[in-house]
Ligand binder design. Sequence first.
Ligand SMILES: Cc1cc2nc3c(=O)[nH]c(=O)nc-3n(C[C@H](O)[C@H](O)[C@H](O)COP(=O)(O)OP(=O)(O)OC[C@H]3O[C@@H](n4cnc5c(N)ncnc54)[C@H](O)[C@@H]3O)c2cc1C
Length: 435
Amino acid sequence: MPTASGEAGGPSSWGRYPHVVQRALPLAWTSEPLPETDEPLLAYGLGRSYGDVCLNPKGPVLLTRGLRRFLAFDAQTGVLRCEAGCTLGEVAELSLAKGWFPPVVPGTRFVTVGGAVANDVHGKNHHRAGTFGRHIRALELLRGDGTRVVCGPSANTGLFRATVGGLGLTGLITWVEVQLVAVPGPWMEVEAIPFVSLQGFAELAAASDQTHAYTVAWVDGLARGAALGRGVFFRGNHAEGPGPLSPPRTLFSVPLDAPDALLSAPLLRAFNAVYRHWPRGGAQRVSLWKFLHPLDAVENWNRLYGRRGLLQHQSVVPGLEGVTALLSTAAGSGQGSFLTVLKTFADVPSPGLLSFPRPGWTLALDFPSRGEATFALLDRLDDIVRAQGGRLYPAKDARMSADTFRAGFPEWKAFAAHVDARFSSGFWQRIGGEA
Ligand SMILES: Cc1cc2nc3c(=O)[nH]c(=O)nc-3n(C[C@H](O)[C@H](O)[C@H](O)COP(=O)(O)OP(=O)(O)OC[C@H]3O[C@@H](n4cnc5c(N)ncnc54)[C@H](O)[C@@H]3O)c2cc1C
């Protein structure tokens, strides 16, 4: 069974920054009322958000993994209703056997359906499918005053648009009804194509978005000068044939925090080389689990970043110019990004007021926390994103300023009108949402 981030020491987020001593209350039944307390509440799925959208320093989090029953599944139409604590991996396992699959999955299968709604997650197929929220038919929200509101694209639409991508601030999602997509089997045909510049990435992305359902690129986050922007482009389509319906077992688990000394430049270079030397040469048949969730093979890989934690900077900017500036600033700082991922977002509107994707290029950079130097670099990256008219992904953020958030999400005021007074989060307090 997938476990919450940092379960032994209480719930934490995936990046393990900020450090919060987090109290938690488990939920078992969707019919339960909310706990009686004057403190603010917040739902917590599996803590795969990197920063503080899933943390509640002023009160308890409500652990939703106890809500993991499948309520209805129509194998003819692919419509599934499940409790919000089911994971997308569990949904995939159930539905693959009948030829269906979640319409959108992020880079890990260990996320709950409630978490997928509240961050309106995107996947490698954003150019075709948009965000998870586009595929929701209905959901139930338990509000702080005890009322239960069913909302969706054609019912209570204001609350629906605030709840999709609403960072858990509009109440507790108890169940979700989602339209799955038909797939021919558990396989994918995947190609890995090297590119030597961001112009090469742009050309591959433009061509592949027409021919492939899933596209994503790994970029060498350490390259500078003429090598800046080199990487490997991955593109895939679902493929037919019988195969493994269940996800593979994890290869190993990282038991302890890596010592800081391990986070050295040679290790970074070795890490990058793994991708640079990925097998090439035509389409390869791989299980969809391997292609869609490659990092799930190593449990607790976030511990490799040491006890000070990991900070991810994921932004969306219009395109080449902004990504060039972000990459050269990061590489030039001497703090290489361990894992750098680049993908295009298409013009497929998201329903949520705070949904992150917008047309452009989205770049995710991972940094081990090295204190002030890392925070100063991240501030410089924010400045580039703002100058480009872009925005940062709250699910990955632990430190952006209120101004950066408000500039990136102009609909935040319309969103704030729907926030439930009994719910709050570290993120919401930090960006001044309560002011
Ligand atoms: C390896 C890795 C790869 C990732 N790749 C991607 C990616 O490709 N695309 C992407 O979009 N994201 C990606 N993410 C981020 C991840 O998909 C999101 O952070 C997701 O929301 C985490 O789900 P969770 O169940 O762990 O929710 P949590 O992190 O526990 O919570 C996330 C938010 O959802 C709210 N929430 C959770 N359950 C409920 C509920 N029942 N009712 C109301 N609110 C609720 C919480 O309050 C919080 O605000 C990745 C994360 C990791 C670790």
